[in-house]
Design a protein around this ligand. Structure first.
Ligand SMILES: Cc1cc2nc3c(=O)[nH]c(=O)nc-3n(C[C@H](O)[C@H](O)[C@H](O)COP(=O)(O)OP(=O)(O)OC[C@H]3O[C@@H](n4cnc5c(N)ncnc54)[C@H](O)[C@@H]3O)c2cc1C
Length: 441
């Protein structure tokens, strides 16, 4: 089959293996030739090539809910269960996932493997901070469990380890209580990047915080933005508070011609979006889907970038250099006549101990770019800016970072390798990304 990530670049052909349970998975892994490699595949919502290889092990059928302890607020379920399905079960019980990425289509296994972050990293850390235990099939075919206390090094390498230590079969995680399924949103307008940083800083105790930036604004308007702050809304009516209303979907049935996306259309979009949002009411109450997953309301929106797909570029820069570094990135993007519809800024809290996790204390910016040849030299220039400010790129979004850039910015990669070599000496688990980054070749 043809396989690709959410960015639709790169594309490859792969065999899809779909084990129905852990025994079938163990049998498949143990029966593999020494030289054969494979990689886990969840919902394919990583953008680049982290879930691509000649053999993909799908978690699609590892999708059972195994245990829910409502008193202790602990859920155990299969790695293939999607975060949206967890919400469907949890919200009516007044429970909630402590960390949510920007789409609910992500699988539990994919959320752990990328140690995903949400709009509350500054307060609650990343997804794996709430994972209590993981069951994993290793390269030997053995099924083991790991946690903060048991097989700790394997746990630290698996959380954020992009599927390179084994296949996650199931996991248990802690849940939060919520008073209602609604979010009280407040929005603040910032006329430039410095003002946006100040708003974020002044509202550092807000539970959720994310800014949309007009990436094409320049000079004194550079970084003009809308900061969206969110809190769980208090309970108003017990009967309806914890109803979970999923939003209906519009779809993009086919790839749009990529010439529709150019600097003029992006500039029009960015300017009018900023103008409309600036005039909107500053406070509103939204359903959970509208606040956390606005993009999910248009299925296959990734086709809007045309047949060659797009690349998402997400980096983090420590706070001291963030204003300067992000300014340089935005200037470089605009100088090169490139633009992004979706440019998002968030603040991260402290890094955790997981060896390849992306977040570290500072600011993270995300930009989407249409895939075209002139893009790659620009992204290399952006890499140099990010590295010069002690930053790094997110593996779940990456499709082209060089081995040098990766190794210079992920200081724990050698510790990761020693654990990888211990549990998977023949690189049974390898992706196009891990080969490119020098982790498996
Ligand atoms: C619209 C959109 C918004 C997003 N917003 C955010 C965000 O706000 N924050 C954020 O952190 N990320 C975000 N992401 C990225 C996404 O959360 C991650 O890429 C996540 O890993 C995708 O999970 P998946 O189930 O689709 O996994 P896949 O894309 O299929 O795989 C991703 C990685 O996980 C590994 N993996 C998957 N399943 C398993 C398993 N069972 N065992 C071992 N390894 C496994 C794969 O090998 C691969 O390395 C977003 C993505 C999209 C499309």
């Amino acid at each position: 089959m043809e396989a690709m990530g959410w960015g639709r670049y790169p594309k490859t052909t792969a065999d899809l293996i779909q084990p129905v349970d852990s025994q079938a998975l163990q049998k498949f892994i143990s029966s593999q030739k020494k030289s054969a490699s494979c990689i886990s595949r969840g919902s394919g919502r990583s953008y680049g090539d982290s879930a691509l290889s000649a053999q993909l092990v799908s978690s699609r059928f590892l999708d059972s809910f195994l245990e829910l302890d409502e008193q202790q607020k602990v859920l155990r379920c299969g790695a293939g269960v999607k975060l949206g399905d967890i919400l469907k079960v949890c919200i009516p019980r007044g429970l909630f996932l402590p960390v949510l990425p920007g789409t609910k289509a992500v699988s539990l296994g994919g959320a752990i493997a990328a140690d995903v972050h949400g709009k509350n990293h500054h307060l609650d850390g990343s997804f794996c901070a709430h994972v209590k235990q993981i069951s994993l099939v290793l390269a030997s075919g053995e099924l083991v469990t790991c946690s903060e206390r048991e097989n700790t090094e394997l746990f630290r390498a698996t959380c954020g380890g992009m599927g390179l230590t084994g296949v996650i079969v199931d996991a248990s995680l802690s849940l939060d209580s919520i008073p209602s399924s609604y979010i009280d949103q407040r929005s603040l307008v910032a006329n430039n990047l410095r003002e946006c940083f100040e708003h974020i800083q002044d509202n550092a105790d807000s539970k959720y915080s994310v800014a949309w930036l007009d990436c094409l604004a320049t000079a004194k308007n550079l970084g003009r933005s809308i900061l969206y702050l969110g809190e769980h809304a208090p309970s108003k009516n017990r009967r309806t508070d914890t109803l979970y209303r999923e939003r209906s979907h519009l779809g993009v049935p086919f790839s749009t011609p990529s010439f529709l996306l150019n600097k003029t259309t992006m500039s029009l979009f960015n300017t009018s979006y900023f103008g409309v949002q600036k005039r909107k009411r500053r406070s509103t109450t939204l359903g959970c889907d509208s606040y956390f997953f606005p993009l999910d309301s248009i299925s296959n929106w990734n086709r809007l970038y045309g047949p060659n797909g797009f690349l998402q570029y997400q980096f983090v820069i420590p706070s001291e250099g963030a204003l300067e570094g992000i300014t340089s990135v935005l200037e470089k993007v605009s100088e090169n006549g490139k633009g992004s519809f979706l440019t998002v800024l968030k603040k991260f809290g402290e890094a955790n101990e997981n060896l390849l996790s992306f977040p570290k204390s500072g600011y993270t910016l995300t930009l989407d770019f249409k895939n075209e040849p002139a893009l790659f030299p620009l992204l290399e220039e952006l890499d140099r800016i990010v590295l010069a400010h002690d930053g790094r790129l997110y593996l779940a979004k990456d499709a082209r970072m060089s081995e040098e850039v990766f190794k210079a910015s992920y200081p724990n990669w050698e510790r990761f390798m020693s654990i990888k070599n211990k549990y998977d000496p023949n690189n049974r688990f390898a992706s196009l990304q891990s080969n490119r980054l020098g982790l498996t070749q």
